[in-house]
Design a binder for this molecule. Structure first.
Ligand SMILES: Cc1cc2nc3c(=O)[nH]c(=O)nc-3n(C[C@H](O)[C@H](O)[C@H](O)COP(=O)(O)OP(=O)(O)OC[C@H]3O[C@@H](n4cnc5c(N)ncnc54)[C@H](O)[C@@H]3O)c2cc1C
Length: 309
């Protein structure tokens, strides 16, 4: 079947793009390899998305996205986009997992970003055995125990606060002396009695045994002093990398792989638009992803109108 638009990724950007496109009267496929919601499914509380003055849990917002989509005839396609090819007729062929294919006149790439690994010895060996990238998913395993959180941005601060309400103690390890995260989180972090700040320090190694993580070895950058902190788990939030490798090489990206667009979400390959965390931009949040999704859908609609004129 030929779709007017294929939206890849059902996070905040993709859900918004799909809603706008279907409400414009287009035939829309929404391709997703996991569940609706994207990164918000691994977010405990979202306090900064307008309309939820008492905050909203990530999974609750994802459920609302799903309910909103259900009002419209968006075709849900389960699968991972492996590659996208522009054909001679100007349409795009999407190669999906399980040998599925899909043809669409335009593509809106909303596959977001995933956690960058820390790169410390022990990280891979103890993945799923104490090393985690999702406090909401795994925090409960550490109830009453001690954990480390690594990072200094909003995600690290938010998740350290979330964990502090479950675990016995959180060591918040950050390579700089100052945090990048919002002041509202920094204030709460400093007020939390069971969060110890380990700043100006890097993780040299994650240590453990057959049962999993037992300690984290840290080094203070200024004086080289080392310290072994006994913990049962370590949660890593040291930045994100884009999920953009499946796009054609004609889609320009920055050195880190984030897709370059103009302010209308237009990429360097006509017919392909990009929205949300996949883009090269400064603010990666639910509200900006939603805005990008609406803008990309509007631009894709104009592109189709011009093409069909
Ligand atoms: C721990 C944490 C806490 C956060 N807290 C907040 C907060 O408090 N407030 C806030 O505004 N933002 C927060 N964010 C950021 C926010 O979640 C993201 O900015 C937002 O989800 C980006 O939306 P997106 O649609 O661009 O991408 P994503 O949410 O990354 O969604 C991308 C979707 O694409 C799918 N996908 C990926 N590759 C493929 C493929 N090849 N084929 C098919 N599907 C694919 C994924 O499964 C996913 O569902 C947080 C993020 C994290 C990780």
């Amino acid at each position: 079947m030929l779709y007017d638009a294929a939206v890849i990724g059902a996070g905040p950007a993709g859900v918004t793009a799909a809603l706008y496109l279907v409400r414009s009267g287009l035939k829309v496929a929404l391709v997703e390899n996991s569940a609706t919601g994207g990164q918000i499914l691994s977010t405990a509380e979202i306090e900064n998305y307008p309309g939820f003055p008492k905050s909203v849990k990530g999974w609750e917002l994802a459920d609302l996205f799903e309910a909103h989509l259900a009002n419209y005839s968006v075709e849900r396609v389960r699968g991972q986009a492996l590659s996208v090819e522009k054909q001679e007729n100007g349409n795009f062929l999407l190669n999906l997992s399980e040998d599925k294919t899909l043809e669409a006149c335009t593509v809106v790439a909303c596959t977001g970003a995933r956690h960058r690994p820390l790169g410390a010895p022990g990280e891979e060996a103890f993945a799923g055995k104490g090393v985690s990238y999702c406090a909401v998913c795994d925090g409960n395993f550490y109830r009453g125990r001690d954990v480390a959180v690594v990072g200094g941005g909003n995600s690290a601060l938010e998740e350290a606060l979330y964990l502090s309400r479950i675990v016995n103690k959180v060591y918040l390890i950050h390579r700089r002396d100052a945090f990048r995260g919002a002041m509202v989180y920094q204030d709460k972090i400093r007020e939390a009695a069971n969060i110890e700040l380990v700043t100006g320090s890097v993780v040299d190694e994650i240590r453990g045994g057959a049962a999993g993580v037992e300690a984290v070895a840290v080094r203070h950058l200024a004086d080289g002093a080392t310290r072994t902190i006994p913990v049962d788990g370590i949660f890593i939030y040291v930045g994100m990398e884009p999920v953009s490798g499946y796009l054609p090489e004609e889609v320009n990206r920055d050195a880190a792989g984030f897709v370059l667009t103009d302010t209308e979400m237009v990429t360097s390959l006509p017919g392909i638009f990009a929205a949300g965390d996949i883009r090269a931009k400064r603010c990666r949040q639910v509200s900006s992803a939603v805005g990008d999704g609406a803008t990309a859908a509007t631009a894709a609609f104009s592109y189709l109108e011009q093409r069909n004129a």
